[in-house]
Write a protein that binds this ligand. Structure first.
Ligand code: GLA
Length: 385
């Protein structure tokens, strides 16, 4: 698949822009556990996957940037002297360009063709992959001397400023820093990380794509972030040493429970417990206790659905379907929520049965054919030539 996409990119590039291009691969990501913890300075456990965006770049000697999307079969363009947010998919590219220039890097006009096989809107971070790919490509093309972590920060700012989502660091970090066969255990406060071996024995992760992505997602995401900040401000009045929900215990929350307005208590409790689940998960994975880890996946889903309220009927249905399946150890929604994929820990030998059962049930309930993806854990964003 990927070599076909690269071939198509090369072909389109020479057809449209008539020159050799510098090639980049930038992967999507999964997250094993630790959802909505990144912007609360907590822990996450993501990994880069073998679904990626591929990009070709070349300088064009002007101040104009022309970008062709293979997936949408459309070209967008903008001038370096006037880079504004907007323009659908083009905003992610403009966002990275704007952040590079904001940091004082001098860019020149370029042409780009990109395409890939990360399903869009499926919660596999196609936008972070695109931003990282653009950052890595322009860094090489214009010899900017940026390191991977600089590029991660640029991608995040592009998402904040141009895509309008106040996302955490997880997606771009996982896509950029991924390592084959390892998850990344990242402390989103210190940015310390280590590569965590994922040994699933006779099990594997399968993703079930609801094929829905509810409109609410972006606004609800930003609201959750604000609710967590409100929570921290209230906790700080009693426990002034608190810097983020990362520092908070359930005992502390209980003591001041009645001080939280609206849903803020529930939101905070979810984040505190999800961090605990991540730490416990790492211990269980280290001792190869997969049934124990699977239970925490279900626990994470219940928290995301009932306390953090970022799930939707389609995700809840897919997770609920797996509970009676004795060959599934755990399942949960993954990523921001309101659509996208569930992550399922499934016995390899029962893969076909799982796909048949879950597909039939989902189709009967919603009239939509879900997709099921098998994913391998791969290296992060890289230059191909
Ligand atoms: C989205 C965001 C991430 C993270 C997840 C939830 O994917 O981009 O930063 O917050 O949601 O864990």
């Amino acid at each position: 698949m990927s070599s076909t996409i690269v071939d198509q990119i090369k072909k389109q590039f020479s057809l449209r822009y008539g020159s050799e291009s510098l090639l980049v691969r930038s992967p999507g990501r999964i997250n094993l556990i630790g959802e909505h913890t990144d912007y609360n300075q907590g822990f996450v456990l993501p990994a880069a996957i073998d679904k990626a965006i591929y990009l070709g770049f070349a300088e064009n000697g002007t101040t104009s940037c022309r970008v062709f999307s293979l997936d949408y079969l459309e070209e967008g363009s903008f001038l370096l002297e006037d880079v504004q947010p907007g323009g659908g998919w083009l905003t992610f590219i403009k966002g990275v360009v704007a952040q590079l220039m904001h940091d004082g890097h001098s860019l020149h006009g370029f042409d780009c063709v990109f395409g890939g096989d990360i399903p869009i809107g499926a919660g596999l971070s196609s936008s972070a992959a695109l931003e990282n790919g653009v950052g890595m490509g322009l860094n090489a093309l214009f010899d900017l001397g940026l390191q991977r972590l600089d590029l991660v920060a640029i991608s995040q700012r592009a998402e904040h400023e141009f895509a309008g989502v106040k996302c955490g660091i997880m997606d771009m970090f996982a896509s950029m820093m991924g390592k084959r066969d390892f998850a990344i255990r990242l402390d989103c406060r210190s940015m310390a990380f280590d590569y965590f071996p994922v040994n699933l024995q006779e099990y594997q992760f399968l993703l079930c794509d609801t094929q829905v992505s509810h409109k609410l997602a972006d606004s609800a995401y930003n609201t959750r972030r604000e609710e967590c900040q409100t929570g921290v401000a209230i906790i700080q009045r009693v426990f002034p040493e608190t810097k983020s929900l990362r520092d908070v215990t359930m005992d502390q929350l209980e003591k001041i429970k009645e001080q939280f307005p609206g849903d803020v208590y529930k939101r905070c409790a979810y984040v505190v417990q999800e961090n605990q689940r991540l730490i416990a998960s790492c211990d269980l994975l280290q001792t190869s206790d997969l049934p124990g880890f699977g239970k925490l996946l279900y626990g994470s889903h219940v928290g995301l659905s009932r306390s953090y309220e970022v799930s939707c009927p389609e995700l809840d249905f897919l997770v609920a379907q797996t509970i009676p399946m004795e060959y599934v150890l755990g399942a949960r929604m993954m990523g921001g929520g309101f659509g996208g994929c569930t992550l399922n820990l499934v016995k390899i030998s029962e893969k076909e049965a799982f796909i048949a059962e879950i597909t039939a049930a989902y189709q009967l309930q919603f009239g939509i054919l879900p997709k099921v993806y098998e994913v391998q854990i791969v290296d992060g964003t890289s230059l191909l030539n």
